[in-house]
Structure formats: structure tokens, C-alpha cells
Write a new protein. Sequence first.
Length: 147
Amino acid sequence: MKKMISWLLLVGFSVGFPAGSLAEAASDKPFVVEYYYKAKWGYADEFLRLFKKNHYPLLKKQVEMGRMVKVWMDTPRYHATEDGRWDYRVTIVFKNSSAANDPFDEDAMKKQLWPDQETYAKEEQRRFEILLSHWDLPLKSVDLDGK
């Protein structure tokens, strides 16, 4: 599961950069990524409970470390069509694109935050079992006043 998520992140980040623009993106500008989660009908609350228990503390720790600047979650106020539906969007503002894309080992942090790794692994597995889909969207700002 961890390898799959890492691969998805890698693909998501690489798709967001045209050839030759990685050097530009590696600046000290904040780098924003939106993570979308679509749960099976009736399971969004369980997903949120598990996310808050087993993933959000990891993100908060990275904000404390300075790797990330800010993390927040949104949910739609109204419903959408099923094909366009998502239940939660987590937005992460990384310090810069290097912080977002360079290898980062979370394992030591996970062991510190959740000493009972067996329970943690089971709950994280459950969090992903109840998802219908998940996608990551790195964002690039558009200068509307420039050329």
C-alpha cells in the first residue's frame, strides 16, 4: 500500500511538470497539492474518523517540522453527480516543491506516533478499503496579470 501511494504521488508530481520546468519548480515558492477522497456510500464518517486518528497527526508533525506550511480539509456543502463526487479534499501546502518531491521517510515518525503498529496498519488498511477512489492534484498558479 505504501509503495502504491508513493508511486501515485511520484506520477502525480511528475505529470504536473512540463519538461525542463523542474528547476523552476524547485524554488522556495510554496507547493500546493490537493488530495481527493471518495468513500463508499455510508462510509465517509468512518473514513474521516480514521483519517483524523491515523493520518492527520502525521501531517501535523510535518507542519511542526517545517516540511509543510499548512494542512486543511474541505468537504462539499452540496452533492454532485456520482462521477464527479468526492467526500473530502485535503490541501497540503509544502514549503517548496523539493519538500514535496524529495524522498521523505515517515516510518520513524509513524512508530513514534503509533507504538502499536499492528493496530495502526489494520486501521490504515481499513481507511483505504472504504475508498472508491483517491487522486492527487499538484497545483500550479496562473499569473493572470502577466503575459
